[in-house]
Design a protein around this ligand. Structure first.
Ligand SMILES: O=P(O)(O)OC[C@H]1O[C@](O)(CO)[C@@H](O)[C@@H]1O
Length: 428
């Protein structure tokens, strides 16, 4: 992974090279803390050891019984789906991958009706084993399999922690079960069983994913000028300190669209606490040049833009044409056009004093994805250290979970009732 922070300097909010040099001393201290956490396999920091500690052989062996599948259906939400989805939506495979990571009845019914459940492997993923959406979807999927005359215990495997409903279910029905590694929060689990099981079934080279991640891990160092990951973490932190509270994250590859979703959970859930944080806004290049760019260039000076691209792609030529004003495109390729759009957008942001950072990998392949995923995780941990945040927890999500349970009679939760009782102001 290459991180170019040149255009992050000298815009609005204003960040100078001197300020970045000054911050580098804090990056050295942050790296020391991170390295110590990794050495002790501490909660959260243990995720940065996965390039070394993940066991691809064991993952392949566990999913081997499902190698004959024509599709994999993952039932999981948040970190229990987004990492695996990032890999399967970025890489081509003959085995299709689907994700039930919401409880929308219409979508769930349409998806289940479209699948041959007798040829589908069902991967139920939950670190806690208690997430309502995941367990409800699993019960619905199991019922659909039974209605289709499919023995669900033959087609289902689980990925979960040492305890919880899912672990009990696996034990009771003797289902293949993968362990979520200890000390790894969901949103940091893509380089583990959680993110790699589906990729293994789809025949992707999970060793190469881990090798790309390991290469990025090797580059963690005591200076932002030596580590592409820390360069990104420190620069985005420094810009947030100066008012860039939105990070428009814009990959220039359709295959990286889900990567932006994965990044949004990582950045929001890790850094959004104690009144701090930087709002990740998912975008896609070149598409959102035609929807969001106006705001980025001419709106409030409260954001940075992260532009992500592979520098090599399988390309496609644009035929010669005599269409009025389009001859300049003839003979070019879609890839050269996309790169021109990338560089033009980067220049247009810089010309409008909108800070922007460029992230590049060689190709969207297993190794490149490993570099990006690990790089962003390490960048996030670095940002969290600099901001003195507890990067690996997400206490603020519990209120809503309790409230939903309360609304369904699953336990008293007065606070929710108090809020729900507030006067409504409906205009219709
Ligand atoms: O893997 P689990 O425990 O089902 O949790 C799913 C997701 O829900 C969260 O806990 C947030 O509610 C995320 O941190 C996590 O990735």
């Amino acid at each position: 992974m290459r991180t170019d922070i040149g255009n992050a300097l000298g815009g609005e909010p204003a960040l100078t090279r001197d300020a970045l040099d000054e911050l580098d001393a804090d990056v050295a201290a942050a790296h020391e803390r991170i390295a110590a956490g990794m050495a002790d396999d501490e909660f959260g920091y243990a995720a940065l050891n996965l390039p070394e500690t993940a066991d691809p052989e064991r993952i392949r062996a566990a999913v081997e019984p499902f190698a004959d599948s024509e599709a994999v259906l993952t039932v999981g939400i948040g970190g229990s789906a987004l990492g695996a989805a990032t890999l399967s939506n970025a890489l081509a495979s003959d085995i299709d991958a689907y994700y039930l990571d919401n409880v929308d009845p219409e979508h769930t019914t349409r998806l289940l009706d479209s699948l041959d459940l007798s040829r589908t492997a069902v991967n139920v993923v939950s670190n806690s084993g208690t997430t309502a959406e995941t367990l409800s979807n699993f019960l619905v999927v199991r019922e659909a399999m039974e209605s289709a005359g499919v023995d669900w215990t033959e087609r289902t495997f689980v990925t979960t922690g040492p305890e919880g409903n899912l672990r009990n279910l696996a034990t009771k029905h003797d289902l293949p079960a993968l362990d979520v590694p200890a000390g790894v929060p969901g949103r940091f689990s893509v380089l583990s069983t959680v993110g790699l099981a589906v990729a293994a079934i789809q025949g992707h080279d999970i060793d190469a994913v881990l090798a790309g991640a390991a290469a990025e891990r090797e580059r963690l160092a005591g200076s932002l000028y030596d580590s592409p990951a820390y360069a990104y973490g420190a620069t985005t932190y420094a810009l947030a300190q100066r008012g860039a509270l939105t990070n428009a994250f814009m990959p220039y590859a359709e295959s990286l669209e889900t990567f932006a979703e994965w990044f949004a959970q990582l950045w929001a859930e890790s850094l959004g606490k104690d009144g701090q944080g930087q709002t990740p806004a998912r975008a896609l290049g070149a598409t959102d040049q035609h929807s969001q760019l106006q705001l980025y260039r001419a709106g409030p000076r409260d954001k940075l833009v992260t532009l992500v691209r592979p520098t090599e792609r399988a390309d496609r030529d644009i035929p010669e044409t005599d269409l009025e004003g389009l001859s300049y495109l003839g003979g070019e390729s879609l890839g050269t056009l996309l790169d021109a759009e990338f560089e033009a957008t980067e220049a247009s942001l810089t010309a409008a004093d909108c800070p922007n950072v460029r992230l590049e990998i060689d190709r969207v392949d297993e190794r490149g994805l490993g570099e990006l995923l690990f790089g962003m995780e390490a960048a996030c941990v670095c940002y969290g250290e600099l901001a003195d945040l507890s990067t690996f927890t997400q206490p603020a999500v519990e209120w809503g979970k309790k409230a939903a349970r309360g609304l369904l009679g699953g336990g008293e939760f007065e606070e929710a009732e108090a809020v729900r009782g507030k006067d409504r102001l409906v205009v219709e």
